[in-house]
Design a protein around this ligand. Structure first.
Ligand code: DC
Length: 227
């Protein structure tokens, strides 16, 4: 039997820089990339398109199983696009409201179970960088290396505020901070796969660190590589 492809898991709360760091690390290694949050967001978008009742777990589980989610490289360096049931939903996926919806749906055990195999299917040679909340604890417990990225809630709210300002979206820092704290609490307190570092994960606090510094720290964790 051939050994499974190596996996590097990068977990942590929203806004800790997981997405940016994971994408750069995957590109540097020439590995595949799994944005697991996008899967939960995609189910949230599909549920809202279908006008599903969020208090009906059975309908949400059916929706999870029936929703097709495809990642495509965008034209002209537009980055990764996400197609939900064949429609490009990339912009809708990034909305704060979609993140909150995803966080609520992600608390349903059967929804998580319905996405488990889809996530594991991303593990292909030459390797995978998997970004999420439970990559190291539940989805890839045998990962080659595990990272848990954190940053203070204030720093995460500030980063998000700057990102949104650049896009011309106006939201107050106080509202963002409140949303981030509420989402952290929900993700950490849910009964299934709560947000927590794997016992064998390396914790990196990114508060005050540059993206490049974090990327170097993460790459140095892989066997055979030094920073
Ligand atoms: O990483 P993100 O902000 O795109 O994730 C959106 C929500 O999806 C997050 O609040 C919790 C949920 N999620 C999860 O429960 N497990 C994952 N592996 C990834 C995301």
């Amino acid at each position: 039997m051939t050994a499974p492809a190596p996996v590097l898991t990068i977990d942590g709360p929203s806004g800790a820089g997981k997405g940016t760091v994971s994408r750069i690390v995957a590109a540097r290694l020439g590995w595949h990339y799994l944005d697991s949050g996008a899967l939960y967001r995609a189910v949230g978008v599909a549920a809202s398109w279908a006008d599903l009742d969020l208090s009906d777990p059975a309908a949400l589980v059916r929706c999870t199983r029936d929703t097709s989610i495809d990642f495509r490289e965008g034209e002209g360096g537009a980055g990764l696009r996400v197609l939900v049931n064949g429609t490009d939903a990339t912009d809708e996926l990034r909305l704060e409201t979609t993140g909150a919806l995803a966080s609520a749906i992600a608390a349903i055990p059967e929804v998580r179970a319905a996405l488990t195999e889809r996530q594991r299917a991303f593990r292909r040679a030459p390797g995978l960088v998997a970004d999420g909340r439970d990559m190291g604890t539940v989805i890839f417990p045998d990962a080659t290396a595990k990272v848990f990225l954190t940053a203070s809630a204030e720093e995460r709210a500030l980063r998000r505020h700057n990102q949104l300002k650049d896009k011309g979206v106006s939201v107050t820092f106080a509202d963002l901070l409140r949303e981030i704290l509420a989402r952290d609490a929900r993700d950490a307190q849910r009964a299934v796969a709560p947000l927590r570092p794997a016992d064998d994960a390396v914790l990196i606090d990114t508060t005050g660190l540059s993206i490049e510094a974090v990327v170097e720290c993460v790459l140095a964790l892989l066997p055979g590589r030094t920073a």
